[in-house]
Design a protein around this ligand. Sequence first.
Ligand SMILES: Nc1ncnc2c1ncn2[C@@H]1O[C@H](COP(=O)(O)OP(=O)(O)OP(=O)(O)O)[C@@H](O)[C@H]1O
Ligand SMILES: [Mg+2]
Length: 261
Amino acid sequence: MIRAYTIASGKGGTGKTTCTINLGASLAKLGLETFIMDADIGMANIGLLLGLEDAPITIHEVLAGKAKLEEAIYDGPNGVKVLPSGISLQGFQLANPDRFRDIMKELVNRCDYLLIDAPAGISRDGVIPLAIADEVILVVNPEVSSIVDALKTKVLTEVVGGHVACAILNRAGSEHTELIQSKLEKTLGVKLIGIIPEDPNVRVAAVYKTPVVMKFPGSDASRAFRRIAAHIAGIAPEEGVEMASDGFVSRFVKILFKGAR
Ligand SMILES: Nc1ncnc2c1ncn2[C@@H]1O[C@H](COP(=O)(O)OP(=O)(O)OP(=O)(O)O)[C@@H](O)[C@H]1O
Ligand SMILES: [Mg+2]
């Protein structure tokens, strides 16, 4: 079973962090034990988006060998476990990204899903998350530059021994979606597992430091995130939405998934 996914892109600002927190919260809502980790140690955003910017211990301290992994884990929306990175430059300088591999190994043994938010670009810090996950999900916008950069990231992932599983089209407009989908799948050579529309609710939710799937569950973007989470969890999308509101069923799913391992 695939448990650790790195959410990557190539080009910056495509929606990696937005996807990580919303898919993480959606998977957790389905009753699945889910961790989200900020591997963007230079420009950390998960903490800022979830109101954890003052967290005293973060991934920075763990990567610097100054704190235990346990101390950097916080409770997030819907019970998702959050490992934020720090925002200080000094913390970034002291962090050793080579330790990510050990962190990942420790986390996957205790969860159903681990989502790793990767930095943009092809720096050393950015390459490690591509190599350590079971699979990489590319977040792409409907622009040529975004698709080309995602292709570069796919090639780089393969070079470092990783595997790109699929892509998500984020910030999609309402026009030419089918054409964009087929061009994207052809260019990247992977399947699209979801299309998230451009939705102003995403930015508003960010102001409230809450994932859009919690702040505006009925919004178009939230529906799309829940569909993708259901796809990742291997359940029918409608079922996924229903389960989100049924504590008993979601606990039952959790037992079923655990038993399948
Ligand atoms: N579907 C969407 N509709 C509207 N706005 C969106 C959507 N997805 C993301 N955004 C906005 O786009 C901006 C960039 O999103 P995000 O920070 O998630 O991207 P990123 O890929 O993590 O960026 P970086 O490469 O800098 O880490 C944010 O302001 C976010 O609120
Ligand atoms: Mg980000």
